[in-house]
Ligand binder design. Structure first.
Ligand SMILES: [Zn+2]
Length: 320
């Protein structure tokens, strides 16, 4: 009896799908939950998509709105994004104000489907509240791999509520991936510890690395001030030159937001004091690499960053 009702329900979905695009999303949700089709998931960042893919396995079909190089702080939902979000069965986002311009969209979407901030369950006492975030928590939690692994439980719960038939699979997948991430966490700590303590300083423009620094015992110094070429900016250049020379730091890490000449001013300043400093390569911060490459996964992105940092600060890259 039940089964024939589902068949009727599915036939209705097919008809709705053919006749028009609007109004079909709720039925689609029903269909997904019946196990006939994967659950349609939309996430904001690639890091969250990676987590949902691991937890959901073949029961989910995941789309991340923000691709490589996209800045989530400034991201505004396009018309195409709104359509994708409307069609999704469930939405996951970072929260902690990372997607600062998407709040209204999430509120609207939450009227019709689960909209889950993955950081919601995180222990608030573990969140950073640096002054530069002006009263908000630092949202860049994915750079402490151990902290980030705690979202997997949240994802498993949300998927299991939507699709109770596979709740156990989601929990088991979350456990398995969490074990892998905790191994990655240990690896990161061991790798960063290879850099002598005095030179264990990450000089970078983006404010994304606060949790990374805390988790892996590496001091983070911002290049931020020097991105404006002013008297203040020049003072920052001098301050950085002093730090680099005093501590024998071998590399700084650039991002596209910092003008080349500001970085060059730092390098020149260090050279003028008879010391070498290299530009240590680009780090992934708020977005993963290109899909299909190792850096297009969360684990690959973290590994790439750690390898870039360790190679540059140990000065064993050779020739750069
Ligand atoms: Zn950021």
């Amino acid at each position: 009896m039940k089964r024939s009702m589902w068949v009727v329900g599915l036939a209705a979905v097919v008809v709705a799908g053919c006749s028009g695009s609007s109004g079909g999303s709720e039925r689609r949700g029903l269909k997904a939950v019946s196990g006939e089709q994967p659950i349609g998931v939309v996430t904001t960042t690639g890091m969250i998509a990676d987590a949902v893919e691991h937890v959901g396995g073949h029961f989910v079909r995941v789309k991340a709105l923000m691709g490589p190089g996209v800045d989530p702080h400034l991201y505004k939902a396009s018309e195409g994004d709104i359509a994708r979000l409307s069609e999704a069965d469930i939405i996951f986002y970072n929260g902690l104000n990372l997607e600062g311009k998407m709040g209204d969209v999430f509120v609207k979407m939450a009227r019709g489907k689960p909209v889950i901030p993955v950081t919601d369950g995180m222990d608030r006492t573990l969140l950073r509240e640096p002054p530069e975030f002006q009263g908000h928590y630092d949202p860049h939690v994915w750079f402490d791999v151990s902290m980030w692994s705690s979202i997997l439980g949240e994802v498993a719960n949300a998927l299991g509520t939507l699709d109770p038939a596979h709740a156990r699979d989601y929990t088991a997948n979350a456990e398995r991936y969490r074990t892998e991430l905790l191994e990655l966490h240990t690896w990161c700590r061991r790798e960063i510890a290879r850099i002598p303590k005095a030179q264990r300083v990450l000089i970078t423009a983006h404010d994304a690395f606060g949790y990374f620094g805390r988790a892996y015992d590496i001091e983070v110094v911002g290049l931020q001030g020097i991105s404006t070429v002013s008297e203040y900016g020049l003072k920052d250049v001098q301050r950085l030159v002093d730090v680099i020379v005093a501590r024998g730091i071998k590399a700084v890490f650039v991002e596209s937001s910092v003008p080349r000449r500001s970085i060059e001013a730092v390098v020149q300043g260090v050279l003028a004091r008879d010391q070498m400093v290299a530009i240590g390569g680009q780090l992934f911060s708020d977005a993963m690499g290109t899909p299909g490459t190792p850096e297009g996964t969360y684990v690959g992105m973290v590994r790439a960053n750690v390898t870039t940092i360790v190679t540059a600060l140990l000065g064993s890259g050779g020739g750069t």
